[in-house]
Every structure is written in C-alpha cells, then in structure tokens.
Design a protein around this ligand. Sequence first.
Ligand code: IMP
Ligand code: MG
Length: 198
Amino acid sequence: MATTKKIIRSAHTRPGEKVRVLIPRDRIQRRILEIGKQIRADFPAEPLLLIGVLKGAVFFLSDLARGITGEVSLDFIAVSSYGKNTKTSGQVKLTKDLDASIEGRTVIVVEDILDTGMTLQYLLRVLAQRKPKAMRVAVLLDKPDRRVAAVQADYVGFTIPNEFVVGFGLDYAERYRNLQGVGVLTLKAHDKTDKSCE
Ligand code: IMP
Ligand code: MG
C-alpha cells in the first residue's frame, strides 16, 4: 500500500510517540461507501442488523450504517482479551452482550481490525449459536500476516502491513481513537534517530 509521509504532530501525540499517516480520512470514507453499496447489493431487500464490536468499530460502523440504504439497525457487543500486551493470549471474554436476539436476522459483524483473528473467531462462534439467518463480517483493516485463527472477513476496507496502527477508532492505551485517519504509531524507543517528529 502506498503511504504518505505526513506526520501528525498535533495535540494527539505524547512525547516519544509518533504517528505517520497511513490512510487519510477521505480515502477511508470513500472506501466505506463502496462497502456499504456492496453489502446492500449482496442483500438487496433484507433488513440488516449491524453489530459493532466496542469500542474500536464505532467510527467505522457509524459511517458504514449511513452508507447502506434501506432498513438498517444497530447493536453492540464488547469483548476483551486476557493479558495486556500486544501478543494475544488467545483467550477472549464477552464484557457486554447484545441488547436483543439475533435469531433469524441478517447480521453484519463490524470490527475495526482483523489481526490474529482470535477475537473474531470467538465472536463468530458465540453469535452462530444464536441462529442468525445469515452472518457476514466487515472489517475496516486487515493484517493478514498476523493471522493465527482460520477466519476471514467478507468485506475488507484496507489490507495493511504488520504495523501497529491507531486512529479512526483504533487505540493505543485508549488514546488516538479520535484521529481522523489511520496512522502507524511508533514509540521513541523504536526510533531514536528521528527526534523532529515527537
Ligand atoms: P485479534 O483478536 O488479534 O484479531 O485482535 C483484534 C483486536 O485487537 C482489534 O479489535 C483491536 O482492538 C486490537 N488490535 C489489533 N491490532 C491492532 C492495531 O494495530 N492497533 C490497535 N488495535 C489493534
Ligand atoms: Mg483495542
């Protein structure tokens, strides 16, 4: 993927942290509209239930919902991984359940990023037991190099390299979700040569 060299130096970044823009906001929004049209083309006459995975998917879901014509409703689910570091432990826990039954519904699970796939694998197993009529997965970002679980998304915004990204809902320690676009986060310890972008 072609990247821009733009560095975000705004009030978003803390000393020692640097964010390089990977996907600017306008590209993201164009792509989300395309996905919205594709989803409606795949399910031309069906009421759709978008299930957002909190919190990262909130921004993607809100644009995606507005990009799909016809009947759309929303629900939210939250999960957390055991263990705090960037290496997944592979164990996932449901921390907030859906408000309503999905039995017989056509469901689109909306996730911010597909990384190892452990979260999605767990969610799909839990949700499939509830007997939806159909279930699809939409992710804004896909990091296929990191995949551990055998899952894939039906709708992918952008396939990205194996780098830690923030913005457009994605966080680092709960920060950066409000960045307009998606950027690669680097910490000073990993990049001591460039002090100009702190
Ligand atoms: P998985 O279970 O490894 O696929 O991880 C999915 C979750 O990990 C996502 O919903 C994100 O919350 C988080 N995650 C994975 N990669 C990144 C990243 O590059 N930046 C921020 N969060 C990430
Ligand atoms: Mg997260």
